[in-house]
Design a protein around this ligand. Structure first.
Ligand code: 2AM
Ligand code: CA
Ligand code: CA
Ligand code: CA
Length: 269
């Protein structure tokens, strides 16, 4: 992707993200129409769908040759990441949106032939935009984010985890997750994968690990975390495929191998 076009695309994507976020903020106290998807806690609202529709119509009108991967059904069914692909979660953290009216984000990643070029994560209620272009560093609004520290011990790390790690699975039976939680300084659950990636990039959390995320949960986050020296793999250190669901570990590289080798891979055996 040539530099001039990427800059234009970045400015355009940013404009749409902020416009969509502003609309959500203005309507935050309006009555919601909420439905459930795979289970009773898997929520979707008309705001999720309307926001995705806003992106889809704007993108298809302005860039008819671009593709879209997105959560709520307005995207394309893609078998490959060839060409320019927008990977969009219109509201990441829908449960937070519904119950808390905060701590949710719009997440937009733009990939060229599988390479993450642009990442935008907009914390709508805080009006904080995390952004990155590949090779040009990451920002929170207009402030450049510092590279993550080269020295980091797991003992003084804060890890983003969620309650699914406590539910029945092999890693819990093997006491792996319990040991990991005991080793780290603390754990946090924010309920928005995109924001948890943004916090790792910002260095206010040292890692985030979760099961079963979709491409739109992580596409923007990967680009932003990369730009502050963070690394993203599946929870067992394997590479990610943005056409599939996967477990995810994004963290400071200083603790990545230890989490993977001493906990996750050991626990899977
Ligand atoms: P969502 O709000 O866009 O659905 C919450 O733990 C995080 O996991 C959110 O980023 C949420 O994204 C994501 N998630 C992925 N699959 C989910 C599911 N089936 N139910 C609830 N949250 C899910
Ligand atoms: Ca969802
Ligand atoms: Ca999501
Ligand atoms: Ca969503």
């Amino acid at each position: 992707m040539n530099e001039t076009f990427r800059e234009k695309l970045y400015q355009q994507a940013k404009e749409w993200v902020v416009e969509a976020g502003t609309t959500i903020r203005e309507k935050i106290n309006d009555p919601l129409t909420i439905s459930t998807k795979s289970d009773r806690n898997d929520l979707v609202t008309t705001m999720d769908k309307d926001t995705e529709y806003f992106f889809m119509t704007n993108i298809k009108r302005t860039y008819p040759d671009h593709f879209i991967i997105s959560e709520e059904g307005y995207g394309d069914e893609l078998q490959s990441l060839g060409g320019t692909v927008w990977i969009i979660d219109p509201i990441d953290g829908t449960m937070n949106f519904v119950h808390q009216k905060r701590n949710f984000a719009i997440s937009v990643g733009i990939y060229q032939d599988g390479i993450g070029e642009i990442g935008l994560i907009y914390d709508v209620m805080a009006d904080e935009l995390y952004s990155a272009k590949r090779g040009e560093g990451a920002f929170k609004n207009n402030m450049a984010l510092s590279p993550l520290p080269e020295q980091k011990s797991l003992y003084d790390s804060i890890l983003g985890l969620n309650h699914f790690w406590l539910c029945e699975n092999r890693l819990v039976e093997e006491k792996v997750i319990q040991e990991l939680v005991r080793t780290v300084r603390g754990s946090r659950t924010f309920g928005s994968a995109a924001l948890e990636f943004a916090y790792v990039a910002e260095g206010i959390m040292d890692g985030y690990m979760t099961m079963g995320l979709a491409p739109w949960d992580i596409a923007a986050g990967i680009v932003i975390v990369n730009e502050t020296r963070g690394r993203t793999t599946d929870a067992f250190g394997g590479s990610l495929n943005l056409l599939q669901k996967s477990s995810v570990l994004t963290c400071n590289p200083a603790i990545q191998e230890q989490i993977v080798n001493e906990y996750m891979i050991k626990g899977r055996k």
